[in-house]
Design a protein around this ligand. Structure first.
Ligand SMILES: *[C@@H]1O[C@H](CO)[C@@H](O)[C@H](O)[C@H]1NC(C)=O
Ligand SMILES: *[C@@H]1O[C@H](CO)[C@@H](O)[C@H](O)[C@H]1NC(C)=O
Length: 391
């Protein structure tokens, strides 16, 4: 009997190694992709003075969907752009797709990705099957000639896929469109430590020197992970959510312009923040907010090195052999609801009236957030709340 246990142990050990190996590959992919995430956010944020919400994972999956049907420089630029090109391996044609699929499945976000092509363009079945398998993306024909109808078809698709969470993805559809890639995501923070609605009160939020608004300010007291970045002069708080997801909320010092943090953020800076977090007792005040943002990626991507796919020499031969096929637009719609809600377990350690009172951290001026998957450090969303009373 004794003899038999060793081969078994050995096999268990092998299994453990291969599981670990797999995790490392996804982590590596997430690490490579983090720079795309921060650059995309910085780019979109720099073109606006308002609230921003970017689904960086949604954009990654949308571009990977395109890459599956692109060739030549179009494909290379896409894979380099999302940071995963160096993950390719000879003889493993589906390696990147498989890793991205693992990332998509582990992070379990509500999202819809679809390529809508003009009615008379027949998409290649191999492509359609592949993007369905790896990215849960759909390829559908739509009658662009009738702009209203096309808009309705796209809207219906997204509503169905997101359980009515995301609506009005496109404002209007150009009847001359040939192919549009739509990516829609919905995030709601189900906090592990919910805010108790009893303590939510109207309070002031300082949008800027001249503009103060009243917002429902939530309150929770408990143990939190907190850090401070003395170089960028920004406080970093972690709010853990269900499903292994967490939100970092970044509060720049009062004398620091949030655009400075927007511009300085990189994958490495993000990982540095996470590594510095330390547990501490704290009272946190965070305004409720709800964001609905549309991002035209065809506007932002060229400056991140993804150009070819939008040009007249784009190679989309894997999507269809139809010569007229051309990518008209890549649109992303992000919907986020951040309120008191959390899982059903309330934090028993919470007692607001124990003394001495812990220090209080109040998000009452513009702040930035990063939603990420803790185990892989994969960035899912990055955004900025300048005025919580707006979408
Ligand atoms: C579809 O794509 C596959 C792989 O790229 C290719 O082998 C096949 O010939 C294409 N089919 C058509 C009908 O173009
Ligand atoms: C919220 O706080 C009130 C007042 O302290 C308390 O009675 C109630 O049980 C709390 N609710 C939850 C869900 O913890």
């Amino acid at each position: 009997m004794k003899m038999d246990i060793f081969p078994l142990l050995f096999r268990v050990a092998l299994l453990a190694v291969s599981v670990l190996g797999q995790t490392t590959d996804v982590e590596e992919l997430a690490r490579m992709n983090a720079d795309f995430a921060t650059r995309l956010y910085s780019k979109i944020a720099s073109s606006s003075d308002d609230n921003v919400a970017v689904s960086t994972l949604g954009a990654t999956l949308a571009l990977a969907t395109l890459a599956a049907g692109a060739g030549g420089a179009s494909r290379t630029e896409l894979l380099q752009g999302i940071g995963v090109a160096s993950m390719e391996k000879e003889g493993e044609p589906e390696r990147i797709q498989t890793l991205l699929k693992q990332l998509r499945v582990t992070t379990a976000q509500i999202q819809a990705t679809a390529l809508f092509v003009k009615q008379d363009v027949k998409a290649n079945d191999t492509f359609s099957n592949q993007v369905k398998q790896f990215y849960n993306a759909d390829v559908q024909n739509v009658n662009y000639a009738n702009g209203e109808l096309a808009k309705e078809s796209i809207d219906n698709y997204v509503r169905t896929k997101t359980g009515e969470k995301v609506k009005d993805v496109v404002k209007n559809v150009d009847p001359k469109s040939i192919a549009m890639l739509i990516s829609a995501t919905f995030f709601t923070g189900y906090w592990l430590k919910p805010f108790n609605i009893t303590f939510t009160q109207e309070d002031r939020f300082f949008v800027n020197k001249y503009n103060i608004v009243q917002v429902p300010m939530m309150l929770h007291s408990g143990k939190y992970y907190l850090a401070y970045d003395p170089i960028l002069k920004v406080g970093i708080l972690k709010l853990p959510c269900e499903d292994g997801i967490a939100m970092l909320v970044l509060l720049p010092d009062e004398d620091v312009d949030y655009t400075h943090v927007d511009e300085s953020m990189t994958g490495e800076v993000f990982r540095g923040w996470v590594a510095k977090l330390k547990k501490t007792k704290l009272e946190v005040q965070l305004p409720r907010f709800s964001l609905k943002q549309s991002n035209s990626l065809s506007v932002s991507l060229p400056s991140l090195g993804i150009r070819e796919i939008f040009g007249s020499t784009a190679d989309l031969s894997g999507i269809s052999s139809d010569e007229s096929l051309k990518l008209s637009e890549v649109v992303q719609k992000v919907t986020m609801e951040v309120d008191e809600n959390g899982g059903s377990v309330s934090d028993a350690s919470t007692n607001l009236f124990t003394s001495p009172l812990p220090p209080r951290l109040t998000f009452n001026r513009p702040f930035i957030f990063i939603v990420y998957h803790e185990a892989t450090k994969s960035i899912l969303y990055i955004g900025r709340v300048v005025d919580p009373t707006k979408n």
